[in-house]
Design a protein around this ligand. Structure first.
Ligand code: SAH
Ligand code: DHB
Ligand code: MG
Length: 221
């Protein structure tokens, strides 16, 4: 089993199940043309975010780390017309590409892109949110998780991307700030009462990584 097998399986399921359409493909093209890094979620992962938002019945979503709004489009399409996504992006070039992609997707009125470093803009963001997608600088993961707890509705779902890092997450002595950030996040989740969580390892066209799925218990849970 190797990277080309994983990519071929992603391509197979993308073609059969995922439903990536021309708007999403155009968003990826626009990201490539603007020279953005090719680190957006895969079509299968985007579809999974979309399904989680629908399964939760989410009306308000907070994303940290927009890039060109590829994942944002998947999430925004899961919401009712009155639903809203707020997405936080530090890089002004990324934010501009994201806004153009959202406008082309017909989602400009459903999504607000807030420019700036998330730890600076989060204090001005009003909750509650039903679903969070944490996908920015991994060193700040634990802080983003704490913000999500503050802004969560009962039963809110929190998804954190890129928590396996090719398996490096198990290296307790790692000096990689991303690995350290993921480990601080995991420790923070583990010591928070009332959180149900699971970490899923994934392979696919983006290699070997994974995500954490967490749920904030409702009052009576
Ligand atoms: N969620 C996107 C991919 C995000 S890539 C998708 O799947 O389509 C990570 C993004 O986080 C990059 O655009 C990067 O500029 C942004 N980022 C990094 N540090 C940040 C910070 N401190 N605040 C806000 N955004 C940040
Ligand atoms: C990187 C960031 C991501 O969000 C991702 O899904 C993959 C890679 C990165 O910064 O390298
Ligand atoms: Mg990611």
């Amino acid at each position: 089993m190797n990277q080309s097998t994983w990519a071929a399986v992603d391509t197979y399921f993308d073609g059969m199940l995922t439903g990536e359409d021309d708007v999403l493909r155009a968003a990826v093209r626009a990201c490539d043309q603007a020279g953005l890094p090719r680190i957006q979620v895969t079509p299968n992962q985007g579809a999974m975010l979309h399904l989680l938002a629908r399964a939760r019945g989410a009306r308000r979503v907070l994303e940290i780390g927009t890039l060109g709004a590829y994942s944002t489009i998947w999430l925004a399409r899961a919401l009712p017309a009155s639903g809203r996504v707020i997405t936080l992006e530090r890089d002004p070039t990324h934010a501009a590409v994201a806004r153009a992609n959202l406008a082309r997707a017909g989602l400009a009125d459903r999504v607000q892109v807030i420019e700036g470093a998330a730890l600076n803009t989060l204090p001005g963001v009003a909750g509650p949110f039903d679903l969070f997608f944490i996908d920015a600088d991994k060193g700040s993961n634990a802080l983003y998780f704490e913000w999500a707890l503050r802004l969560a509705s009962p039963g809110a779902v929190i998804v954190i991307d890129n928590v396996v890092r090719g398996g490096a997450v198990v290296e307790a002595g790692s000096d990689d700030e991303s690995v350290r950030g993921v480990r601080r996040l995991v420790e923070s989740i583990a010591r928070t009462p009332g959180i149900a969580s699971a970490a899923l390892q994934t392979v696919g066209s983006k290699g070997y990584d994974g995500f954490i799925l967490a749920m904030v218990a409702g009052r009576e849970a």
